[in-house]
Every structure is written in C-alpha cells, then in structure tokens.
Design a protein around this ligand. Structure first.
Ligand code: C2E
Ligand code: MG
Ligand code: MG
Length: 285
C-alpha cells in the first residue's frame, strides 16, 4: 500500500509541476460581504487546478503535496500574480470598487522562503495594485512559535503596506500567542464557530473573539462559512460586520466575479476609515 501511495504521489508531483508550467493552476474568487447591507468589501482568491483529465480540482487535492515538495513557492507566486493583476484591473474597470480588497492565502512553507518579501514587492509593483487593498491570509496552525524568521518576514511584508490576517482563527493552539507576537491586522473566524450558531454557548465564543479583536485594536473579524440566514442574524447581533460563505456566494470564475462587481455595490465605508486613502474595513463590530 505504501508503494502504491508513493507511486501515486510521484505521479501527482510530476503532473503538478507540468500543470504549473502549462498554466493549469487558476484562481476562483469568493466574495466577502457587508453582513448588514450585502455590499461587497472584498474577494478571496482560491487556487484551483484545471486538470486535463480529472477536471477542476480543489486545493485539498494538491496544496498539501505542493507544500511537501516545495512546489508551493511557484504555486503561491502564480496565485498572487493572477489575483493581484485581476483585482488591479477590476479597480480600474469599476471605480466604485477601487477599495474592494483582495485576500490571498499564504502557507507556512511560503513564509519559510527568504525571497518571499522581494517576490511580494515585485508583484505589488508589477500589478500596480494599491498595497492597502491586499490581504495575506496566514493559517495559524502553520505558524511555529519562536520562528523568528517567519515573523520577521511578516513584519517586512506589513511594511510594504499589505494587511496580514490569521486564517481559521480559533482552531489552532497558538491563537493568542500569534496575536501577541505577529504583526496581525485582523482575523478570520473559523467556520466551525459559525456553523454552530445560533446557540447560547457558541454566541459566547463569537462575542469573546469580537471583544478580543476590538481590545487589541484589530481592524476586523471576518466570519467564514456562513451558510444560513439565522447564522447571519446571530453574527450581526454579536456585532460582526463582515462575512463570507455559501449564503452569499460560492467561489466564482473570473468572468462571474467580474459580473458580480459590475452589478453589486461596494460597501461605502470601505476606504473611508482612518488614514484617509487607506482602505480599512473598520474595527470589529
Ligand atoms: P480557506 O482559506 O479557509 O478558504 C475557505 C474555504 O472554505 C474555501 O475552500 C471555500 O470554498 C470554502 N467555503 C467558503 N464558504 C463556505 C461555506 O459556506 N461552507 C463551506 N462548507 N465551505 C465554504 P477551498 O477553495 O476548497 O480552499 C480550501 C483551503 O485551501 C483554503 O481554506 C486555504 O487554506 C487553502 N488554499 C486555497 N487556495 C490557496 C492558495 O492559493 N495558497 C495556499 N497556500 N492555500 C490555499
Ligand atoms: Mg483563506
Ligand atoms: Mg479560512
């Protein structure tokens, strides 16, 4: 069985390497909404593999392998490159959305690459996007405590003007430590919390995360995995302002994301926050 597994993985690795060369790795965009008005505040870029035989593959089928083999570096560059270029084009095409933000996932292995900050700087300049519209989502369970080089790289990325969010906040063991030791702008509340709403105990957790974010001066908590209207209502009642999930929209192909931006207003308060031109999502709540 181990042999079969190894052969399969080797084949998949070869395929993934080719896929990167041939441009088979694409990006879909899931909208992020103002929970109260339904206006758009951002898009999250999600990697997809357009496999010639197996069709559209989700990240679970290839991100882990990409991390183990080091291919995550070129995959991550590819996703950033596409996402920043497309969002910069949307900012130009739809002036109402000039502050609408683009969130891109970054894995721990990518942070382990000493060249990551230079890559990011190059891609920001190359795309012409306003760095203040860019969010990098880092999964907390990949952050190793005491890894000074990763946090130093995060500091330097923050200096470029991008925002850093902790993804799937609440599920890792290092949540509070990460908030203390890393230059974190905001957090994305893991869908596990949202899925159990409304529920008195779960409301307590959700409110506690909101207070934590507020007390630490973070700009926002984004609720993830909203699937039902009663969850949206519970989050609004708990003072949440921003969320994403199937209730509002699935990840979209580029053309469909374009349609959505053309036909849906941008939240007026994005970009009007402290710092004037700096598009802030505003404080949690
Ligand atoms: P994530 O960053 O937490 O992204 C959210 C995931 O939840 C997406 O899955 C999205 O399709 C899914 N989702 C959104 N709304 C709902 C909902 O209401 N219900 C449910 N059940 N699911 C929802 P996806 O696209 O399969 O991505 C999975 C994970 O793969 C991402 O989780 C992220 O950690 C990773 N990933 C995706 N793209 C990239 C990338 O370009 N680079 C890296 N390093 N990781 C990536
Ligand atoms: Mg994410
Ligand atoms: Mg997440």
């Amino acid at each position: 069985a181990m042999h079969v597994d190894a052969v399969h993985r080797l084949k998949l690795t070869t395929e993934l390497r080719k896929a990167l060369d041939r441009g088979e790795i694409g990006v879909m965009y899931q909208p992020i909404f103002d929970l109260r008005s339904g206006d758009i505040v951002g898009l999250e870029a999600l990697a997809r593999w357009h496999h010639p035989e197996r069709g559209l593959l989700p990240p679970i089928d290839f991100i882990g392998l990409a991390e183990e083999t080091g291919l995550i570096q070129s995959l991550g560059r590819r996703v950033l490159d596409v996402a920043l270029a497309e969002m910069a084009a949307w900012h130009r095409r739809y002036p109402a959305h000039r502050h609408t933000r683009i969130a891109v996932n970054m894995s721990g292995r990518q942070l382990g690459n000493p060249g990551i900050v230079d890559d990011l700087r190059e891609m920001l300049t190359g795309s012409g996007i306003d760095p203040a519209a860019v969010i990098l989502e880092i999964t907390e369970n990949v952050l190793t405590p005491g890894d000074g080089s990763a946090s130093e790289r995060m500091e330097r990325m923050a200096d470029l003007g991008v925002s850093l969010y902790i993804d799937d906040f609440g599920t890792g063991w290092s949540s509070l430590n990460a908030l203390r030791s890393l230059p974190v702008t905001g957090v994305k509340l893991a869908p596990e919390f949202v899925s159990r709403l409304p529920d008195p105990e779960e409301n307590g957790f959700v409110e506690a995360v909101r207070d934590l974010a507020e007390n630490l001066g973070l700009e926002a908590v984004v609720a993830e995995g909203l699937e039902r209207e009663d969850q949206r209502q519970a989050l609004v009642a708990a003072g949440y302002r921003i969320g994403q999930g199937f209730l509002f929209g699935q990840p979209l192909k580029s053309d469909d994301a374009d349609d959505l931006l053309r036909t849906t207003p941008a939240a007026a308060w994005v970009g009007s926050g402290a710092g004037g031109a700096v598009p802030r999502w505003g404080r949690a709540g």
